[in-house]
Design a protein around this ligand. Structure first.
Ligand SMILES: *Cc1c(COP(=O)(O)O)cnc(C)c1O
Length: 372
């Protein structure tokens, strides 16, 4: 089945009682046994599994082309579980440019004996120099947040193989519509389902998909069940519903983002545009190779510095000034302000999540806001 069909039909459950076409929401926390004490259905207790969560997990596993999908209550809960598959004394290598929440969590886990370092993954020498004999996981985020840096996943997979490390790819920004890390050899694909999967800025969730069954998949399942950071039935249902339109949304947002990137690139008030679909972007060639499109996220730096960035975002009418991404409504964010003093983002940078409004309207709005 092709991705659009999986998105609509994957994990689809017929309703034998009423023939309802839309899936029912099963709020029950517990599931009955028959008079012999045998479970009537596949589920026991909702923390370990629920029909709505199973439908979501099966669909995302199929979209990513992996053996097992595990749903969590947020993207961070998913990333935490992935890091918890490691042991004290293990080393994790992550990119310099990475979602700040992931960076903070990785560093915080030093308290539990996890060693970590950060390197520029677009520089092969710097990457190799950062590998250690105890490197057990390489954490990739591509395109990265907020600088849209591109990491060559297949290359990292080969390097990881030399030291026997697992490769985990945060695929939130690209989604499986544009990029399939597991097909490139990565072991785990991670998501904040809060973003493109849900797609409407109204539900939180996270996902891990394992390429293969095995000890890591088992450990993740036992953390999901044992630590209990699971999404509820309604959240699972909402994310599953969002997935049905994922391919059409992501493609439309990608088309609009390309138009906006070209427009901004030509604008005299803009010093730099970070979008991997622009041929001048350092990751352009790799992105063309490993992605089916360049995505709906972009960032740009204002020639007029921090003041100009603050002024432009203040003048925009059609972009909501808010963090997060992947929803139907366009968002703009003065990232430096959101990350606070420990952030690494340039002060003159605005990050845009392109929504589903008409791109001509978005461009006009940007044009007005960029006027001196
Ligand atoms: C938002 C985000 C996360 C965190 O996900 P939550 O659902 O907010 O917990 C992790 N990685 C990336 C790339 C993100 O954009």
């Amino acid at each position: 089945m092709q991705i659009e069909t999986i998105a609509v039909r994957g994990g689809h459950q017929e309703d034998p009682a009423f023939g309802a076409v839309a899936p029912s929401i099963h709020l029950s926390t517990t599931f009955a046994r028959d008079s012999q004490g045998e479970l009537v259905g596949p589920h026991t207790y909702t923390r370990s599994g629920n029909p709505n969560r199973s439908a979501l997990e099966e669909t995302v596993a199929a979209l990513e082309g992996g053996d097992r999908g595990l749903a969590f209550a947020s993207g961070m809960a998913a990333i935490h579980a992935v890091l918890q598959t490691l042991s004290p004394g293990d080393h994790v290598l992550a990119p310099d440019d990475i979602y700040h929440g992931s960076r903070d969590l990785i560093m915080d886990m030093a308290r539990w004996g996890l060693q970590a370092s950060f390197a520029d993954f677009s520089n092969p020498e710097a990457f190799r120099a950062a590998l250690q004999p105890n490197t057990r996981m390489i954490f990739v985020e591509t395109p990265s947040n907020p600088m849209l840096q591109i990491t060559d996943i297949a290359w990292v997979v080969r390097a990881a193989g030399e030291v026997g490390a697992l490769v985990a790819v945060d695929n939130t920004w690209a989604t499986p519509v544009l990029q399939r890390p597991l097909e490139l050899g990565a072991d785990l694909a991670l998501h904040s389902s809060t973003k493109y999967f849900g797609g409407h800025s109204d539900v939180m969730g996270g996902m891990v998909v394992c390429r293969q069954e095995g000890s890591t998949a088992e450990r993740l399942a036992s953390l999901q069940h044992g630590a209990g950071a699971v999404p509820g039935p309604f959240d699972s249902w909402l994310i599953r519903r969002g997935l049905m339109t994922l391919p059409v949304r992501v493609r439309a947002q990608t088309d609009s983002a390309m138009h906006l990137a070209v427009f901004l690139h030509r604008h005299p008030a803009v010093a730099r545009v970070h979008y991997p679909g622009l041929p001048g972007h350092p990751g352009y060639a790799v992105a063309r190779e490993q992605m089916a499109g360049f995505g709906g996220m972009l960032s740009f730096e204002l020639a007029g510095g921090e003041t100009a960035a603050a002024a432009v975002q203040g003048k925009l009418q059609l972009f909501s000034r808010a963090t997060s991404l992947g929803g139907v409504e366009s968002l703009v964010e003065h990232r430096y302000k959101v990350e606070g003093p420990h952030g690494r983002t340039p002060k003159n940078l605005l990050r845009i999540s392109v929504g589903l409004e008409n791109p001509a309207d978005l461009m006009e709005d940007l044009e007005n806001a960029l006027e001196p």
